[in-house]
Design a protein around this ligand. Structure first.
Ligand code: PEP
Ligand code: MN
Length: 346
């Protein structure tokens, strides 16, 4: 694989000091570990769900991003969502952009952006639309290609899901993998920050993406994540970013196909195990809620019909797999016992 594409920087441009502090720390940490940053990112104009949320420092942050390029040699990249944003960037001298997932759902806006960049020598990173729609994502890319923009990077950041899950967004890996088959020459980057929404899942999802053949990562990095004005719970520090990148296995030409495949399967297992752990904990928390309701209303602790429903729910899968069924029997016995113990302790 070519050198991986590493895009890092804060979710939003908040102030000159914040942009500089984060860049300075990335610079010193990376040089110690011999790492290379491909783009320094920051959202100058942030599309937010609520009207009163922080929307980025705006136009003045473009000059700060250029100052950072001058001081640290980091190529700046910002989000554009309107032709006016593209124009402001081009006038300022910024030539790398990403199109956010709330913009890429709208073909009219994507076409306007593609038209505003026609014939321009710039890099366009196209995030997947929030909806799991491969055709729409591919169509977004085609709109830029048709206007003569060839330096395009696809970014997978997961898809909106209706109910809360382990990750902030659903990975639906088959979609980016299928996109890569359709556009084999376009680099594909994973954004585990928006995908997972949580620093503790960023490493395993990054490794999985690399094992699937992704060409790089976009990771939100802030010098003080707790104080961040947007996405504070998912950003990591420059030191954490450096440790993370040093711990990842970038597909090396020296690894055999069997080693690569084994690593992928192991990462899948790690990922599943961490989800099972979280789900079990969530289940116990729901058990505690049920215990309280039963206690308050003087209802019996064990309701056999309810438990048979749980058993049937587990057993509907793999009905012809005897080993699995036996395992589920043993597992459910422990699970049931745990639930009763928790309820009696309340
Ligand atoms: C971002 O990268 O800051 C961003 C807004 O991402 P997304 O469009 O993926 O939500
Ligand atoms: Mn963000």
């Amino acid at each position: 694989m070519m050198e991986p594409i590493i895009i890092a920087g804060p979710c939003a441009a908040e102030s000159r000091e914040q942009l500089f502090a984060t860049a300075q720390q990335i610079c010193s940490q990376f040089s110690e570990k011999n790492l290379h940053l491909t783009y320094y990112r920051a959202g100058v104009w942030k599309p937010r769900s609520r009207p009163d949320d922080f929307t980025g420092a705006g136009d003045k942050a473009l000059a700060w991003m250029l100052e950072i390029e001058h001081s640290y040699g980091f190529k700046p990249c910002v989000e554009i969502a309107r032709p006016e944003h593209a124009e402001a960037c081009l006038n300022a001298g910024i030539k790398s952009f990403w199109i956010g997932s709330r913009t890429t759902v709208n073909p009219f806006i994507v076409q306007e952006l593609a038209d505003s960049l026609r014939g321009c020598k710039c890099t366009v990173m196209v995030k997947n639309p929030v909806t799991p729609d491969l055709k729409l994502w591919a169509g977004d890319i085609e709109r830029f290609l048709k206007n003569g923009l060839t330096d395009i990077i696809a970014i997978h950041r997961g898809f909106t899901q209706s109910s809360e899950n382990i990750y902030r967004n659903a990975p639906v890996w088959q979609i980016p993998i299928e996109l890569k088959l359709q556009f084999p020459d376009l680099p594909l980057v994973c954004d585990p920050s928006h995908l997972t929404g949580a620093p503790n899942h960023i490493a395993s999802v990054s490794q999985l993406a690399l094992d699937f053949g992704f060409d790089g990562l976009m990771i939100e990095t802030h010098h003080n994540p707790e104080a961040a004005l947007s996405d504070s719970s998912q950003q990591i520090t420059p030191a954490e970013l450096t440790n993370l990148l040093s711990s990842l296995v970038f597909k090396s030409k020296t690894s055999s196909p069997a080693e690569n495949e084994l690593r992928k399967q192991r990462t899948l297992i790690d990922n599943i195990d961490s989800q099972i752990g979280e789900l079990l904990l969530k289940r116990m928390q729901v058990v505690d809620n049920i215990a309280l309701i039963k206690q308050k209303n003087n209802l019996p602790l064990v309701q056999p019909s309810q438990w048979s429903k749980v058993v049937a729910n587990y057993k509907k899968n793999a009905t012809d797999d005897k080993h699995f069924q036996d395992f589920i029997d043993k597992f459910l016995e422990i699970l049931h016992q745990q639930s009763i113990e928790r309820q009696t302790k309340k």
